[in-house]
Write a protein that binds this ligand. Structure first.
Ligand SMILES: C[S@@+](CC[C@H](N)C(=O)[O-])C[C@H]1O[C@@H](n2cnc3c(N)ncnc32)[C@H](O)[C@@H]1O
Length: 273
């Protein structure tokens, strides 16, 4: 018995770190997916809903070029895009279909926006106008994106509503995110199904936000008690947001030079110096 326990713990010690990570992943996944009963919700507070101009445009759009969106996307769009309204802003939407969403973005971002649409379907050229430029290509083709990046100024906003194949979403993300302007927003939609490969890719990407490289400690300096040098990714990427079927990545407005841990106050009890 003892021998068996020893062997098991030896084996556990040898278990590669990745396997432990997979177990933890499974714990978080299964715990919340199976056999967990959420307590009954308290009464909602009856807070007023914020007006959403995109939703208003969509609801009023009864005729003309079709727009096809999940309703809960409108709050996500407005939360991340509203600060760009009525500014000079370069917006890319992958997936044009009937062209209605290009009109919606024009209306939302205002007269100074420039919209770029990408679709694999050549007839989508018909949606080109003074403020909309259309590129025909396959979003899974990295050479297409390399040509695209040479022709288009830096983008502020990307909305990937194209093929929805994870490999295409990954290729687009990898080719476009580094060219996004500081402060820019990358939104990928229709990430469908648990254990979706694009979602897994993003979880891997997201782990990098917590990297702890080169930390300097100074217990006597409350203003700089710990200072860490950000990795290149931490310097460029400010946040990652997960929603049902949508992931949003925001770039930092300026490169982050350092992360600083600051202490304020004078009493440090019971055990901190
Ligand atoms: C869901 S529709 C876009 C809907 C539109 N954005 C809207 O809100 O109404 C998806 C579009 O992606 C295009 N598409 C499919 N595969 C593609 C690919 N590999 N590269 C680029 N576009 C693609 C399709 O032709 C289609 O027009």
């Amino acid at each position: 018995m003892l021998r068996e326990a020893r062997l098991r713990s030896k084996r556990l010690l040898r278990t590669p770190y990745v396997l432990q990570q997979m177990r933890t992943f499974w714990r978080g996944f299964a715990k919340w997916r199976y056999g967990f009963d959420w307590p009954a919700r308290p009464e909602p507070k009856g807070l007023p809903e914020a007006p959403n101009p995109l939703r208003a445009f969509f609801d009023a759009h009864k005729e003309g070029p079709g727009i096809w969106k999940w309703i809960h996307y409108f709050d996500i769009y407005d939360r991340h895009f509203s600060r760009f309204r009525n500014r000079e802003v370069n917006v890319l939407e992958v997936g044009i279909y009937s062209g209605g969403s290009l009109e919606m973005w024009k209306d939302y971002f205002g007269p100074r926006c420039r919209i770029y649409g990408v679709d694999i379907e050549p007839t989508c050229r018909a949606y080109e106008s003074d403020s909309v430029r259309v590129f025909i290509g396959d979003q899974g083709d990295r050479n297409f994106w390399r040509r695209f990046n040479q022709e288009v100024p830096s983008l502020d906003i990307v909305i990937d509503d194209g093929s929805h194949f994870p490999e295409h979403q990954i290729a687009t993300f990898e080719e476009i995110l580094p060219h996004l302007r500081p402060g820019g927003v990358y939104l990928c939609e229709d990430i469908s199904g648990v254990l979706n490969s694009f979602a897994s890719y993003i979880y891997g990407f997201a782990h990098n936000l917590n990297a702890c490289a080169e930390t300097q400690y100074d217990g006597d300096n409350n203003e700089r008690s710990e200072v860490r040098r950000p990795t290149p990714l931490q310097s460029a990427v400010g946040s990652i947001h997960l929603y049902p079927y949508v992931t949003v990545v925001e770039r930092t407005i300026a490169p982050v030079a350092e992360f600083v841990s600051v202490k304020r106050g004078s009493k440090w009890e019971p055990f901190f110096k």
